[in-house]
Design a protein around this ligand. Structure first.
Ligand code: HSE
Length: 308
């Protein structure tokens, strides 16, 4: 028998313009799993948190990740998983990706690291597909690898780690609203008008260039989303008004985090990031929504082992 204790961080997907192709890992917030390998085969999952999770393992994102690991490696074993810490599902900060990434990383550690980082992302995407009805890696890749990740392509998976400029402070607000990723993907149109596509690819190029140049002004100008946000912002009460106030407080950008309902702002100074948090708290307070606020940085490290 062998047991590992694994942490994988929360993450912010899309970064405004990078729908399904860009995301970054968040410091401190994340999921913790304990995984035990023994003889035989089968999977058990127990939930040691007070966050509600599916009773049936077939509905838990961890299960298809473990199965994908076995099918890619040809290995086998019995796996017991204990969920020890869990981000609330439907929060928009990569809850399903954190569990999926932790499960993929934990499996690799239990079996002596047969898979590469990219192959672990392929495993974790199975969990994302179960949760959202689509294979996307913009939460799972940063949750596994840390930092800011660009998914240059999916077939085959081609991941690019991008530099994190100095002064990249992130304020995340999670209002007490649940928006499932499936629902938020369901409101998106199947085709993008040419004008919106032109804006979007200009912005993705601008964002990548801004990160490489360390030009936070360019980063802020580029973090605009013409593809998903117009259809999703209605899930978030007073979204346009909130953005005006957050930018007025000095933040350089504000966008929906992943599929929402969390919203994040980017600031180049810690003080501004804190101020953006106060604006967000007041905004949702006035509308009678409780909210959690985090002021944080990009996590350089993704999934990792913890002491037991
Ligand atoms: N890129 C995905 C989406 C992220 O926006 O649907 C889900 O967190």
């Amino acid at each position: 028998m062998k047991t590992v204790r694994v942490f994988a961080p929360a993450s912010i997907a899309n970064m405004g313009c990078g729908f399904d192709v860009m995301g970054f890992a968040l410091d401190d917030v994340g999921d913790i799993l304990e995984m035990t390998l023994s003889d035989g085969d089968g999977i058990t999952i127990v939930n040691n948190t007070d966050v509600p999770l599916p009773e049936d393992i077939e509905d838990n994102v961890i299960t298809p990740v473990i199965r994908k690991f076995f099918s890619l490696t040809g290995l086998s074993g019995h796996i017991d998983v204990a969920v020890c810490r869990k981000i609330f599902p439907g929060s928009g900060i990569g809850s399903s990706a954190a569990s999926s990434a932790a499960a993929a990383f934990g499996m690799n550690e239990l079996f002596g690291r047969p898979l590469s980082g990219e192959e672990l992302v392929v495993c974790a995407m199975e969990g994302e597909n179960l949760a959202s009805g689509g294979y996307h890696a913009d939460n799972a890749a940063p949750a596994l690898l840390g930092g800011i990740i660009l998914i240059r392509g999916y077939e085959p998976l081609d991941l690019v780690s991008l530099p994190v400029p100095d002064g990249f402070f992130c304020t995340v607000v999670h209002p007490a609203i649940v928006v499932s990723t499936k629902a938020a993907r369901g409101v998106l149109p199947k085709a993008v008008p040419m004008h919106d596509a032109v804006c979007q690819w200009g912005n993705v190029g601008g964002l990548v260039a801004g990160l490489f140049k360390g030009d936070m002004g360019l980063v802020g100008r580029a973090m605009k989303d013409s593809v998903a946000e117009p259809y999703r912002k209605h899930f978030i009460p007073g979204f346009d008004d909130l953005r005006e106030k957050v930018l007025g407080a000095g933040a350089i950008a504000m966008n929906i985090s992943g599929s929402g309902p969390s919203v994040f702002a980017l600031s180049s100074e810690l003080e501004v990031a804190r101020r953006a948090g106060s604006v967000m708290r007041e905004h949702f307070g006035e509308r009678d929504f409780k909210c959690d606020i985090y002021v944080t940085k990009v996590a350089a490290c993704g999934a990792r082992l913890l002491e037991r």
